[in-house]
Design a protein around this ligand. Structure first.
Ligand code: PMP
Length: 449
């Protein structure tokens, strides 16, 4: 086995994602994950930890499933690679597109495959631009997004992500208008939740009026903002926003890169949890449980009809769109979820997880515990009465995450928020273990501040 020191020396050539690259130059600042099994991961020294973030909200069915490995291997034996360019297709991508059409709500029956959530979101916007140009509306191109959103790191996906991540500059900034984050606890000061919802709806209506509906192709929203800190909107928010969009002929895109494939107890959360029927759903991560990179942009019949109309080519395509090994992974992943009833089970186990984590709100350091089922965030504050945050230099989230890791739990710090999004195979004893570790870790860090 390669020693940790050797791996870290090799790793000095690797550029990490969303990392303080300068801090990472210190040897030992990186965690080497070498092995994974079920709900656990192992570092290179063999320390076993609960994977409290499912890789990166990806590994919904748990790690190391032999059935997945076999399905991917068998697919590679049959057909290792072929594209879905021009008039080519292959059986596994075809079967997966039919399966996704059957699982997606409403008339979302046509799928464009990509290899990442960023590509799924880029593709949705490219498809809508194509759609509007075909319909003779060449100015209907702008996108409404929200502060706190995360839609990916390609240039277009970053432009629709919260401006906080792009350091204020993107080449596509003219294309995007950001609305308020729907975070009642932080943004709704002095209002009831219903008044806050009215204010958000009013802001959308005003923005459409100012920009002109004839210039806006889409409103894009994660059902629950994930990387923005697990922000859950007031009840009825998505439905209300969708109704305003419909009335203005603006397409509603749901970014279900995180929320689909069981994390909230359903294959897709839009209709089942949030009472909306988007025009496009984008997904990735849980689609293959991360065993292969794959995303899907699932569009309505109406959009598909326009882009497949008689007036020219669909000029969009990527090498790995519908990659056979990824498609095989997705089909097997979905079959496992259906056979084991994973989404249904999450409605019970995920609700238990949510309840246990909400119990941590009694700790002095905790300002808000939020989220739903296996998608939770804990925000730490300096003062619970004023909701004042600790300064970034205090690195409270990072310190708590390290204290968790020491105790055998991987959690994800995002500034003053700690994210918990484990595999969906958690049972009650394991959830109790997670809660116990979190309680100890938060208490330890609070005492040292
Ligand atoms: N959308 C959402 C909601 C995400 O959370 C992410 C990634 N965490 C993305 C899009 C981008 O996905 P990827 O990193 O696969 O490009």
């Amino acid at each position: 086995m390669t020693s940790t020191a050797e791996i870290l020396a090799q790793d000095s050539h690797l550029i990490q994602s969303f990392a303080d690259l300068n801090a990472l130059k210190a040897q030992g600042a990186r965690t080497v994950i070498s092995r994974a099994e079920g709900a656990h991961v192992y570092d290179n020294e063999g320390h076993r930890m609960i994977d409290g973030i499912a890789g990166l909200w990806c590994v919904n069915i748990g790690h190391g499933r032999q059935e997945m490995i076999d399905a991917i291997t068998e697919q590679l034996r049959q057909l290792d690679y072929y594209s879905t360019f021009y008039n080519f297709t292959h059986p596994t991508a075809a079967a997966l597109s039919e399966k996704l059409a059957s699982l997606a709500p409403g008339d979302l029956n046509a799928v464009y495959f990509g290899n990442s959530g960023s590509v799924a979101n880029d593709s949705a916007i490219r498809i809508l631009h194509h759609y509007n140009i075909r319909k003779g509306r060449p100015n209907k191109l702008k996108v409404l997004s929200r502060h706190g959103a995360y839609h990916g790191s390609t240039h277009l996906a970053m432009a629709i992500t919260t401006p906080a991540y792009s350091e204020g500059w993107t080449a596509a900034s003219d294309l995007v208008h950001h609305l308020r984050a729907p975070h009642f606890w932080r943004e709704g000061e002095g209002m009831s939740e219903a008044e806050f919802l009215d204010a958000l709806a009013g802001e959308l209506t005003d923005s459409i009026e100012q920009i002109g509906a004839e210039n806006i192709c889409a409103f894009i929203a994660e059902p629950i903002q994930g990387a923005g800190g697990v922000i859950t909107a007031p009840a009825g928010y998505h439905r209300r926003m969708q109704e305003i969009c419909r009335a203005n002929d603006i397409k509603y895109i749901a970014d279900e890169v995180v929320t689909a494939f069981g994390r909230l107890g359903h294959f897709f959360a839009s209709e089942a949890v949030f009472d909306t029927t988007p025009d496009i759903i984008n997904t990735a991560k849980g689609l293959t449980s991360g065993y292969q990179p794959m995303s899907a942009t699932i569009v309505s019949d109406e959009i598909h009809d326009v882009i497949s109309g008689p007036d020219g080519m669909f000029l969009h395509g990527m090498n790995y769109s519908g990659h056979p090994a990824a498609a095989a992974a997705a089909l097997t992943n979905i079959a496992i979820m259906e056979r084991e009833g994973i989404p249904e089970r999450v409605r019970t186990t995920g609700a238990y997880f949510e309840r246990k984590l909400r119990g941590l709100a009694d700790l002095e350091l905790v300002g808000e515990v939020r989220g739903s089922h296996f998608m939770m965030g804990i925000e730490f504050v300096k003062d619970r009465a004023t909701k004042a945050s600790h300064p970034a230099e205090a690195e409270v989230g990072l310190k708590v995450a390290r204290a968790c890791q020491k105790r055998g739990l991987v959690a994800r710090p995002l500034g003053n928020v700690l994210i918990l999004s484990p595999t969906l195979i958690m049972d009650e004893p394991m959830i109790d273990e997670i809660e116990g570790i979190l309680r100890e870790a938060i208490t330890e860090i609070a005492a040292g501040l």
